[in-house]
Design a protein around this ligand. Sequence first.
Ligand code: SF4
Ligand code: SF4
Length: 76
Amino acid sequence: MARKGKVLIDRDMCKGCYLCVRACPVKVLEADTNPNSTGTYPSSAAHIEKCIACGNCYQVCPDVCIEVYELEGDEA
Ligand code: SF4
Ligand code: SF4
């Protein structure tokens, strides 16, 4: 069974560089349509159901805004 993941993004820490958007192999992440408290449109897990918990987004974020969790079984 394919791995399933969950990502948590700190919206207010995100500076909108979108390195994570480019690094995601399955296109989970997109720029949010709502700005954060600094007026930046942060990265958002728009298609979280596709996440495979590879950790690429976590690894590329220069500001450590992203946490990745691997889900067990049918957890969602
Ligand atoms: S890499 Fe980090 S700072 Fe850049 S858009 Fe993604 S979450 Fe935001
Ligand atoms: S953990 Fe991998 S698949 Fe999931 S959002 Fe991050 S880069 Fe994409």
